[in-house]
Unconditional design. Structure first.
Length: 175
């Protein structure tokens, strides 16, 4: 019985602190962004290296077609030309599957990939998973053209995230 108690406690700690480990430091600005290889709403796989040479707004969101996530996605959609003019691409990630993403992207005419992180492994590497409920946190990582984290937006604002990224890109690029 004691062994089961110890195992349960250990499992809770692992789920609470994520796959980066209990003693692991959270991701920091300046360090290499964790790699990923995930399918989008059309079944095409995307890797971090696909975005080498571009800025990448990698945003994690809770669930397709929910009010806050829809607002955030539509703000990115509405601002996509400004973001691309600044050399940035947008990629959304949640634990929903590709079919759910396809429906969500079609319904709101989203012009960027939504990646299916069904097992939550990429979200864990980005400190962006609620382990106990298995849903992604609303965090965004601005990744520079060399694959390093340039800015972290924890608990990103659904209504302001895209505008904040545009402001930060202009400042970082000196424009």
């Amino acid at each position: 019985m004691k062994v089961l108690g110890v195992l349960a406690t250990l499992a809770t700690l692992i789920m609470t602190f994520g796959s980066r480990g209990v003693l692991a430091e959270p991701l920091k600005v300046g360090e290499a962004a964790p790699d990923f290889n995930l399918p989008d709403q059309n079944g095409k796989n995307h890797k971090l290296s696909d975005y080498h040479g571009k800025w990448l707004a990698l945003y994690f969101y809770v669930k397709d077609d929910t009010p806050g996530c829809t607002k955030q996605a539509c703000k990115f959609r509405d601002d996509i030309h400004q973001l691309r003019d600044l050399g940035a691409e947008v990629v959304g990630v949640s634990v929903d599957d590709s079919a759910s993403h396809a429906s969500f992207a079609k319904k709101y005419d989203l012009p960027f990939p939504l990646l299916a992180d069904s097992k939550g492994e990429t979200a864990k590497r980005y400190d962006s998973i609620w382990s106990l409920i298995g849903l992604a946190k609303r965090n965004t990582y601005l990744i520079d053209p060399e694959g390093r984290i340039a800015k972290i937006y924890l608990s990103a604002s659904a209504s302001r995230n895209s505008a904040e990224i545009i402001e930060d890109l202009k400042r970082m690029k000196g424009s």
